[in-house]
Design a protein around this ligand. Structure first.
Ligand code: ZN
Length: 319
């Protein structure tokens, strides 16, 4: 990608599953293809020694995070990357300078830089797809901390409706913000085990598989997330499941707003294509945000599926 955001070349290869050397090889193949024909990376400069300050630079969006402490990858749903020294392995293999960030962070950086969050002082980018992730960009820079976890809201517990304890379906106190019909439905959902080892993570409810799981648990029917969200559909069970999903999403985002109060929220991932989410969640947020008021816009992404890789390229211009 050029500095002005123009995409110079796009190449794709399938990720070799359960194969770390194969994954390194695939990245090497991709970078080799991208070097060909891209004017601002002369082929003769692609294998400079590592200590040369102007060696070529690449940005990579990855699942999971880089453990500063251990110097290896962690939390990857592509589990064959976990425990691997991906960053130094790539630098050694490719002879280039590499910056890596979580793919949700890359999405957020892209949308904050020249996407839907452009010009906003702070952006919370949200991934709602096979998994649930997120990233914060403040003043154009990714927020990062010692654990490499900034924005990982998907692995915090789904907030229960106000005053309702999930385990025993016991109403500790009723709140005017609770929709009784949805509360009755949600109380039928058993606890969920997340792959991270904890129970009832936001991801287990708000991911695509999580939504399908909810639908099956409530109605004993199997439907894909696309069918459940079908904009032209009139299936009553789908409509009420979408309503419940929107409540869960609004409650979860309200916690982020209470803590970070981002200027803009941009949704990404497969479920961000659902137009109804934006209107409904924006309408619901004031119910769940402290003070009962919320003006935070919830926006669709500008770059869609391209935002992850665009943000990875931006890792070299965002400091
Ligand atoms: Zn989890």
């Amino acid at each position: 990608m050029a500095a002005d955001g123009d995409v110079l070349k796009v190449e794709r290869v399938p990720t070799p599953r359960d194969d770390y050397p194969g994954t390194l090889g695939a990245i090497e193949e991709l970078t080799g293809r991208l070097e060909d024909g891209v004017a601002d990376i002369p082929p003769g400069e692609t294998r400079l020694p590592l200590d040369v300050a102007n060696a070529p630079r690449i940005g990579i969006g990855t699942p999971g995070a880089w453990s500063l402490d251990k110097g290896v990858m962690k939390n990857c749903n592509s589990v064959w990357l976990n425990g691997r020294a991906l960053l130094p392995d790539l630098v050694k293999r490719l002879g280039v300078r590499v910056r890596m960030a979580n793919d949700a962070d890359c999405f957020s950086l892209s949308e904050a830089h020249d996407g839907s969050g452009r010009g906003a002082a702070s952006v919370f980018g949200v991934i709602l797809g096979t998994g649930v992730g997120g990233g914060f960009v403040v003043d154009g820079r990714l927020l990062s901390g010692p654990n490499g976890l900034a924005g990982e809201w998907g692995h915090t517990p789904l907030p229960a409706p106000n005053g309702i304890r999930r385990d025993g379906d016991v109403a500790l106190c009723r709140s005017e913000h609770v929709n009784e019909e949805l509360l009755a439905l949600e109380s039928r959902l058993p606890s969920r085990q997340c792959y991270c080892g904890r129970l009832n993570c936001i991801e287990t409810f708000l991911s695509g598989p999580g939504l399908a799981h909810t639908f099956y648990a409530l109605w004993n029917r199997r439907l894909t997330p696309e069918k459940i969200f079908d904009p032209g559909g009139d299936d009553a069970q789908s409509l009420v499941t979408v309503e419940l999903y929107c409540h869960m999403l609004a409650r979860s985002l309200a916690q982020v707003i209470n803590i970070m109060d981002p200027a803009v929220i941009v949704l990404g991932g497969g479920l961000s294509n659902v137009g109804r989410l934006y209107r409904k969640v924006t309408e619901l947020l004031p119910r769940f945000v402290f003070s009962g008021e919320c003006v935070t816009p919830v926006l669709a992404p500008k770059w869609g599926d391209s935002s992850g890789v665009r943000g990875a390229a931006r890792l070299w211009v965002s400091g």
